[in-house]
Design a binder for this molecule. Structure first.
Ligand SMILES: Nc1ncnc2c1ncn2[C@@H]1O[C@H](COP(=O)(O)OP(=O)(O)OP(=O)(O)O)[C@@H](O)[C@H]1O
Ligand SMILES: [Mg+2]
Length: 327
């Protein structure tokens, strides 16, 4: 069976099945016009451009996109086009953009017709693992059902490995693996978590690494990138920093990054800080009287309240999770 490629007005790629033409050198369908191909690529670029930094991530997304496009064109000429497995592993610390990128990939794959819906179902251990026999298989099946046509994103996936053989986490892994083979074209599974935990998790599950050919590493942001993310977040909310506020934030982010805390939550830390500053600004404005437009827009240094101390308790470590006992 051969497939043909067409592009509709939204730049979406349609695959048309069962078109046959004798001359294999000729494309089977109408040649997609170049302008539309680029339009679709432009959409990908537009989505990626909203993300600060992440050069490696962007490179990988472009590669996946290019390969999918080229494979479809090869199919048109009845050339071999190996089906790309799109299940992925995301490795990185909290707040480094894993969920954001997973969501973007869902949109992209839906746009390209690889996924029918492109929605993201986020899950963690408790959503998959039950407390009694039979419950885990049922929970996993239900989740996969919800994720059909989209992406199933399992955060802190290494926690499925805790407890070893007797734990129902193992059953969840087996069930996931079975479904990702059986329903290969119907959902994409993304397992995410800290790099070191994920590496150990994979080493302990020898069948897993080959099933996830795409591995994306999300590095921590630099202070400059965190500042740029803050600027983007305030601009999106129609606020702006005074020069002094920006300096204060910049200094604070430099300190934060140099502390190199394991639980530092990168983009999420910045988002919480911005949201808190916006609340502080609101309190200040009401205290000052009726604000004008400029005052409503402006976040001053005094609005950026920096408390020190733990922003979030650290996640459990590998040792806490007793990973050694798995499999
Ligand atoms: N490169 C980026 N550019 C702009 N905003 C970003 C970027 N990376 C992260 N953010 C923002 O930081 C916040 C946290 O990102 P996200 O939830 O995607 O991280 P995560 O890696 O999934 O975190 P966790 O591991 O804690 O679930 C979001 O508000 C997101 O919009
Ligand atoms: Mg997340």
């Amino acid at each position: 069976m051969s497939e043909a490629l067409t592009f509709n007005h939204k730049g979406r790629i349609n695959v048309v099945l069962n078109q046959y033409k004798k001359d294999a050198e000729e494309p089977i369908a109408v040649q997609p016009d170049e302008a539309r191909l680029h339009y679709s690529l432009e959409q990908v670029e537009e989505k990626l451009s909203r993300l600060i930094g992440m050069e490696e991530v962007k490179k990988t997304v472009r590669e996946i996109y290019a390969l999918l496009c080229v494979n479809r064109l090869r199919q048109q000429y009845r050339l071999k086009a190996e089906e790309q497995t799109l299940h992925m592993l995301f490795k990185g610390n909290p707040g480094t953009g894993k969920t954001t990128v997973a969501r973007l990939l869902g949109e992209l794959f839906a746009e390209m017709g690889v996924l029918s819906k492109g929605h993201l179902i986020e899950a963690e251990r408790a959503d998959l693992v039950g407390e009694y026999i039979g419950q885990t298989a049922q929970k996993t099946r239900d989740l996969i059902k919800k994720a059909q046509g989209g992406i199933l994103f399992i955060d802190e996936a290494y926690s499925l490995g805790r407890g070893g053989e007797k734990d129902f986490g193992k059953e969840a892994i087996d069930s996931l693996v079975k479904h990702m083979e059986d329903l290969r074209n119907e959902f994409i599974l993304i397992l995410a978590g800290y790099s070191d935990e994920m590496n150990r998790f994979l080493r302990m599950n020898p069948g897993l690494p080959s099933r996830f050919p795409i591995i994306i590493t999300f590095p921590n942001y630099t202070d400059q990138e965190l500042l740029a993310i803050s600027e983007q977040m305030v601009a999106e909310r129609e606020y702006k920093f005074t020069a002094e506020a920006r300096r204060k934030l910049s200094r604070h982010l430099q300190n934060k990054v140099s502390e190199n805390e394991r639980s530092f939550s990168n983009g999420r830390y910045v988002r919480n800080l911005i949201e808190k500053s916006i609340r502080q600004q609101a309190v200040r404005l009401l205290r000052e009287g009726v604000p004008d437009r400029e005052a409503l827009l402006t976040i001053r240094a005094a609005d950026i309240t920096i408390e020190d101390g733990r922003e979030k308790t650290a996640r459990p470590t590998v040792d806490d999770l007793n990973m050694e006992s798995i499999l």
